[in-house]
Structure formats: C-alpha cells, structure tokens
Ligand binder design. Sequence first.
Ligand SMILES: [Zn+2]
Length: 269
Amino acid sequence: MAPNPLFEQVFEELGPEFKKLIERKVGKYDPALDTGEDSDDEPEEMLDTWDIERYLGEVGAPICADEKGRLHLGDVSEPCVGAGCRISKKCKVGRKVGSFHTHPLVGVWPSPQDISTSAYENETFFCIGGRLVDDKPYAACYIPKGPFYMDPFHPLFSFSEEPEGHIRFWRESPPPEAEDLLEIMSDGDLAREYGDEFEVEGETDEERGAKIRQLIEESGDMPDGFFENYESEGEMDTLELYSPSQGERLMDEAFRRLAMFFKTEGRYL
Ligand SMILES: [Zn+2]
C-alpha cells in the first residue's frame, strides 16, 4: 500500500513533539497498579486525587496548521483524566485541524468518546500517544474515512485477550470552564452572581454584567465566587490494564476493527 502523505507529514512534523510529551507525561507500565478487580477480595480503589492524576492523567493539545500547511501542537492542557480531558478548541497560530492526547496505560486505540469528540469537532485526523513494548513512546493516528454514525455502545474493543488487570478509580467530572459559564448565564445573571467580586461600574445589572462578561472572557478564568458553592461530581470507573507485550497485538486488532471507519497508522517515535 502506498504510504499516506498525511501520516508521513504528521509523524515527520509532530513525531518529536509527541515523543517529548509522552516521555514527560506517560508513566511506564506498572503491574502493581492492578487494583485486583478479579480477585475475591474487596478490590482496592484508587481514590486519591494526586495518585489518580499521577498514574491516570492525560495531556492533550490541538494540532494546528499554519498558512503554509505545516503542523504544530497548540497549547497543551494538563492534567486531565479520561472524560475530563478537554483539549483547547483554538489555535493561537493557524487553524485547528486535529488533536493529540496521551493515554496513561497500554493501548492508544480511541475510546468511543475520543471518536465522537473528534467527529463533533470536525477534525481532519487525531492522534493518541502512549508507551508500548519496552515502555517505548508510540503514537497512532486516525483519519476518518467519511462522516459516519457510530453507536457508542458498539463493542468496538472486546479484544481477543483478557487484560492483565484492572484499575478501579474515582473519576471526577471536570468543573465547567469560563466558556461554559458565559454560555448559560445572561449579563444580568453575571452581575447578580459575581457583582461583588468584580466591582464594575454601571447603571443596570445588564451593563455591569456585560463588563463582567468581558473581564471573564479576557482572563479565561472562572470567577472565584463560582467555586464557593461548587461540589464536584464523579463516579467509580474501571480501566483495563494491558501489558506491553499485549500492546502491539491489540493495536493491530484495534486497527482491523476500526478499518471500516478510519485509516490508521501507528509508529514508535
Ligand atoms: Zn483517549
């Protein structure tokens, strides 16, 4: 099969950046992370936020193209955990064409949510990086073959091999961000809720609120007042822990399963 020019370009222009992020942010395979889901004992659970971030944290960044079409990574968001991973939708330079994120455990096949987010964002392609055999940095990229609808509950990855273990952990929903807040609150709401914090001048709530909106937009930060009454939500979740030696075989299996929907390519970096 002729090499795909986009994959060639992606690995050439972004491979070194992928590699750096993986080396910095993805831990090596550690069988001790198994929390014993399959044993008869009560499974241990990973509840400590610090542990969860350290062992299961992900980083992500938009992939941007400049006016000559050359690719670079945009601002890196970190750390985030699973569904909490929000990749910036904007590029400071150029336009967003795709995204990159890491997976903390062996296996850089996309989750159903990775697939739906990428489709929703109209990405031309996306890449996922992690560690595989001998903990070597590895990335796989996915180019959708066309618009498609996929049942997110479709058992895309019921692999032929059982994982070595499982990790039970507390998955906290990420708090909303300034962008989300501004979308749901009117200017009047903003003034009534955060007027004390911002102390802006104005005749009416609407006037003051418009100024507060501008300040929040400029800083991109949530008002401090928001967190006074905020309670985080979450639930227990389970991740499958595959060994590095399973990794290569299962990547091939994942590529075969995805072949209907994606062109795929994976490489050691
Ligand atoms: Zn993912």
